[in-house]
Write a protein that binds this ligand. Structure first.
Ligand code: NDP
Length: 305
C-alpha cells in the first residue's frame, strides 16, 4: 500500500481564502479583525514563527501587530503590555509566543490574556469550554487537524483514535476534539506500557511527541490514517537516508542546510503501512496558522460583529 498524502498546505490555503471572504462583511462595516502577537526576546525560531503568523494575517485581510519586547522584560512590564492589549478595541486576538524566557512563567501570562481574546485557546476558561463542548477558541493545531480530517472526508465517528502525547497544546485538546467527534480515544505518553500494541489499535493515529521518526511500522495499524504533528530535525546523513531513502529533494536540503525536518513518524514506514499520511513539512504546520486566523476572525465576530 502507498499512503495518500494529506496535503495540509493546500487545505490551509483553502481555509485562508475562505477567511478572507468571510472577513469582508466585517471589514465593510469598518471592523478589521486584529491580531497582536507578543514575543519576548530575540529567539530566531520564535521570530520566524511570529513573522509568518503576522504575514498570513495581513494576507487574509486582517490587521496584525507584532510586539517584540526585550529579553529582560520584567513580569510587571509584560503584565502591563498584555493589559493594554486586553483593553484595546482594535485588537480581537492576542497571541503570546512561547517559550518565554526563564524568568517569566508562561502560565501566569497565558492566564492574563482576556478569554475574549484568547486566540490560542490556552486560557483555563477556554479549556473549560473545550471540555464542556461549549463554543470558544480551540487550540490551533488540533483544530487544524480536525478541519483537515473533515475536508479530506475522513470519518471520525465510531473510529478508534490513538493520540501519542498529552501536552496542553496538542495531545490533550486533540483527544478532546476527537472524543467530541465521537471517536473512541486512547491517549499515550512516555509512561505508556507497550506503545506499539496500543498505537496499533488506532484507525486514526496522531503523533505529537517531539521525537524524530520514533513511530515505526510496528506502531501503525495497516490502513490507518496517520497524522504527524512532530517537528524535529534530522541532523545526520545516515538519518536522512534512513527516513527518506534516496529522496533527492531531502538529500539536497540536507546538503544545503546540514539538517532537514522530520516528524515523529518514520516517513518511509508510514507511506508503506498507512492509508493516508500528513507529510512534514507541509502537513499539520500550515493548518495551525490557518486556524489562528480563523480563531481571530471568530473572536472578532463574537466581540464586535
Ligand atoms: P511536549 O514536549 O509538550 O509533549 C510531548 C508529549 O509526548 C508528552 O506528553 C510526552 O509524554 C510524550 N512523549 C515523549 N516521548 C515519548 C515516547 N518515547 N513515548 C511516548 N510518549 C512520549 O510537546 P508538544 O505537544 O508541544 O509538541 C509535540 C511535537 O509537535 C513537537 O515536535 C513540536 O515541535 C510539534 N508541534 C508542531 C506544531 C505544528 O504546528 N506542526 C504545533 C505544536 C507542536 P509525558 O507527558 O509522559 O512526558
Amino acid at each position: 500500500m502507498t499512503a495518500r498524502i494529506l496535503d495540509g498546505k493546500r487545505v490551509a490555503q483553502e481555509i485562508r481564502d475562505e477567511i478572507k471572504e468571510n472577513a469582508k462583511p466585517l471589514v465593510a462595516k469598518g471592523v478589521v479583525p486584529g491580531l497582536a502577537a507578543v514575543l519576548v526576546g530575540e529567539d530566531a525560531a520564535s521570530k520566524l514563527y511570529v513573522g509568518s503568523k503576522t504575514k498570513a494575517s495581513v494576507e487574509a485581510g486582517l490587521f496584525s501587530e507584532a510586539i517584540v519586547l526585550p529579553l529582560e522584560t520584567t513580569r510587571e512590564e509584560l503584565g502591563v503590555k498584555l493589559d493594554e492589549l486586553n483593553a484595546r478595541d482594535d485588537i480581537d486576538a492576542i497571541l503570546l509566543q512561547l517559550p518565554l524566557p526563564g524568568h517569566l512563567d508562561a502560565e501566569e501570562f497565558l492566564d492574563r490574556i482576556s478569554p475574549e481574546k484568547d486566540v490560542d485557546g490556552f486560557h483555563p476558561v477556554s479549556v473549560g469550554k473545550l471540555v464542556q463542548k461549549r463554543s470558544g477558541p480551540r487550540p490551533c493545531t488540533p483544530a487544524g487537524i480536525m478541519e483537515l480530517l473533515r475536508r479530506e472526508k475522513i470519518d471520525v465517528a465510531g473510529k478508534r483514535a490513538v493520540v501519542v502525547g498529552r501536552s496542553d497544546i496538542v495531545g490533550k485538546p486533540m483527544a478532546m476534539l476527537l472524543m467530541h467527534a465521537n471517536a473512541t480515544v486512547t491517549v499515550c505518553h512516555s509512561r505508556t506500557r507497550d506503545l506499539p500494541a496500543v498505537a496499533q489499535e488506532g484507525e486514526i493515529l496522531v503523533a505529537a511527541m517531539g521525537r524524530p521518526a520514533i513511530l515505526r511500522k510496528e506502531h501503525i495499524r495497516p490502513g490507518a490514517v496517520v497524522i504527524d504533528v512532530g517537528m524535529n530535525r534530522a541532523n545526520t546523513l545516515e538519518q536522512v537516508k534512513d527516513f527518506f531513502g534516496n529522496d533527492e529533494k531531502r538529500l539536497a536540503a540536507f546538503e544545503k542546510r546540514g539538517s532537514t525536518l522530520v516528524g515523529d513518524v518514520h516517513p518511509k514506514d508510514a507511506m508503506e503501512v498507512a492509508s493516508a499520511f500528513t507529510p512534514v513539512p507541509g502537513g499539520v504546520g500550515p493548518l495551525t496558522i490557518a486556524m489562528l486566523l480563523s480563531n481571530t476572525l471568530e473572536l472578532a465576530k463574537v466581540r464586535r460583529g
